[in-house]
Design a protein around this ligand. Structure first.
Ligand SMILES: O=C(CO)COP(=O)(O)O
Length: 255
């Protein structure tokens, strides 16, 4: 069994300011050690600032979305070549807020993931069901439908047992609601995701691919969630905006 290093990712969403960002980063930076990977996903206007604050540290930074197009007449979009200029290593694609408010299809999300891989930036592909879908017993079906275009487009980049894709399972009903999936509920879905990776890309890739959990993770529940076999860290929203909360979650991931 391959040991997968835990990853704690902070998704700031549309929050922050020059002053708040600096306080936040300086607050949790001392907690970051080689035992855990930490990435912050910041609003695009703050990438240069965050690059300045995190460069030379163990913390990486990324964007919350990206265009699949390299340049051109796409008002409001941000491209991968632009992100590269700011030292970005990871990008979120397909967050449920993008799928809901910006009508992003799973095909569009897979196009973004592919473009990121081709730019040597790691996409974190977000998937998750609504409460209605869960109650209808459709969790695995919904998640497989979200992931399958990613396997179709990006599967060929799985090489030597590794795949430059991270998956984040974020049940929509647990995002920003204070309701967390129980560690058992999350583990069940994570195992199903890993199973799907295995079916599509083989055992070795399935064992090396990290699957993060997101949805109301806090310092008080992080350790028991991260203790589950198939949960390789978290994608943190609200608690990533407080340096003490984010520090607590980093400590939980360090074990
Ligand atoms: O959407 C999330 C991270 O991407 C989760 O948000 P919360 O941690 O605020 O529930």
């Amino acid at each position: 069994m391959i040991a997968r290093k835990k990853l704690v990712a902070g998704n700031w969403k549309m929050n922050g300011s020059l002053v708040a960002n600096e306080t936040l980063i300086k607050g949790f930076l001392p907690e970051v050690t080689d035992a855990v990977d930490v990435v912050v996903f910041v609003p695009a206007p703050y990438l240069a600032q965050v690059q300045g604050l995190c460069q030379g540290s163990a913390v990486k930074w990324g964007a919350q979305d990206v265009s699949s197009m390299p340049n051109g007449a796409y008002t409001g979009e941000v491209s991968l070549p632009m992100l590269e200029e700011f030292g970005v290593t990871h990008v979120l694609v397909g967050h449920s807020e993008r799928r809901t408010y910006h009508f992003e299809s799973s095909d569009a999300v897979a196009d973004k993931a592919l473009a990121a891989i081709e730019a040597s930036i790691v996409p974190i592909v977000c998937v998750g069901e609504t409460l209605q879908e869960r109650e209808a017993g459709r969790v695995v079906e919904v998640i497989n439908a979200q992931l399958d275009p990613v396997f179709d487009r990006c599967g060929r980049y799985a090489q030597n047992g590794k795949w430059p894709v991270i998956v984040a399972y974020e049940p929509v009903w647990a995002i920003g609601t204070g309701v967390t999936a129980s560690p058992e509920q999350a583990q069940e879905v994570h195992a199903a995701i890993r199973q799907r990776v295995q079916e599509k890309l083989g055992l070795e890739v399935a064992q090396s691919t990290r699957v993060l959990y997101g949805g109301s993770v806090k310092p008080s529940n992080a350790a028991e969630i991260f203790a589950k076999n198939d949960i390789d860290g978290g994608l943190i929203g609200g608690a990533a905006l407080s340096s003490s909360d984010f520090s607590g979650i980093i400590r939980a991931a360090r074990g």
